[in-house]
Design a protein around this ligand. Structure first.
Ligand code: NAD
Length: 314
């Protein structure tokens, strides 16, 4: 029987660190190779193999995959929404070339499974805002959303045309305490916890009533692993699954934090990220993920807030 050997690309990012640690628990430390452009993240040090890799260098990636007999690739390297708007051509180039390099090597080397995340950013102002369905109008207006939507089409194409077992989730904004967020429009929901504990006040870059779909990192890691562990024939959607957790506004999360830190105050100075958020859904309909592979979120705004504050105070 072939032993699994996993390569995580972009392992030092907000999701990568926690996903790598979770995969190492499941598959054994030595069988999960972490890679990134950056220096190895503190939390990964000593927990398993690490290689420095630029995913844009297809030849180097190909050699790495062959040398280590890689059977699964998790591609997490990307330019995120807010950073992407500052340099659209770079974001397009990196987000597309990284995915095409991975998909093509997966096809060439018969890699068992590939994971690549999409985002709620594929939706645009013309999509239904509440309980946004899986199949609906998809007209993204940010370069990040455009690159994710194009990426979804490439994933489906490589699956249908070449049989590459690529799986994907449209993550909502992710909230975590272990590794810092990497330049997204939902980063406020992480910053607010740090500032609440350190300064007792926070200035939010979104308006108080901006509702966005969000998810606590333990749910996102579990969803990713459950999707990847599901039987192949259960994965009916080969572009990317809608994934839901919770939906809240800056006003609501600040009220929740106030229950724990009564002196906490919030003020609002919306910037260019408001326009990005305005084009995105407020909540997601993830019924197909629930139906096909049994997805069920565990965290709500209440229990996430308690857990975030407890862990950040440690
Ligand atoms: P992040 O920015 O925190 O991490 C990305 C990592 O990729 C970084 O460590 C970076 O150094 C690395 N990287 C960048 N360019 C690289 C290259 N050329 N070669 C190798 N590594 C490179 O991002 P994240 O939040 O962990 O997101 C991971 C994935 O999930 C991305 O595809 C992102 O679009 C998607 N996603 C994230 C969120 C979220 O809220 N965090 C929401 C929806 C989708």
């Amino acid at each position: 029987m072939k032993k699994d050997k996993i390569l995580v690309i972009g392992a030092c990012g907000q999701i990568g660190v926690e996903l790598t640690l979770a995969l190492r628990k499941m598959y054994g430390d030595a069988n999960v190779i972490a890679s990134d452009l950056r220096e190895e993240h503190e939390l990964l040090k000593g927990s398993g193999p690490y290689v420095s890799l630029d995913v844009m260098n297809k030849e180097m990636l190909h050699v790495l995959v062959i040398r280590h007999n890689i059977t699964q690739i998790y591609l997490l390297a990307a330019i995120l929404s807010a950073t992407g708007e500052k340099n659209p051509l770079l974001a397009w180039h990196i987000n597309m070339a990284s995915l095409l390099n991975v998909l093509d090597i997966a096809k060439e080397e018969n890699i068992d499974k590939v994971y690549w995340p999409s985002s709620i950013a594929v939706f645009g102002p013309n999509s239904p805002k509440e309980e946004t369905p899986q199949h609906t109008i998809i007209e993204p207006t940010t370069i990040y959303g455009i690159s994710k939507f194009a990426g979804e089409r490439w994933c489906e194409y490589y699956n249908h045309r070449y049989g590459v077992d690529v799986r994907s989730l449209r993550y909502p904004g992710l909230i975590s305490y272990k590794s810092a967020p990497g330049g997204g429009t939902t980063d406020y929901a992480v910053e607010i916890f740090h500032e609440a504990l350190e300064e007792k006040k926070y200035t939010c870059f979104l308006k108080e009533d901006t509702y966005l779909p969000m998810m606590y990192m333990p749910d996102a890691i579990r969803a990713t692993i459950e999707l990847m562990e599901a039987e192949k024939d259960k994965i009916k959607i080969r572009s990317s699954y809608n994934l839901g957790g919770m939906s809240f506004s800056p006003k609501e999360i600040s009220a929740e934090i106030k229950k724990h830190i009564p002196e906490f105050t919030i003020s609002y100075e919306p910037d260019y990220r408001q326009q990005i958020a305005d084009g995105w859904p407020a909540s997601m309909d993830d019924s197909l993920a629930r139906q096909d592979w049994g997805w069920k979120p565990e965290f709500s705004l209440e229990n996430m807030t308690t857990d975030m504050l407890k862990n950040l105070q440690k």
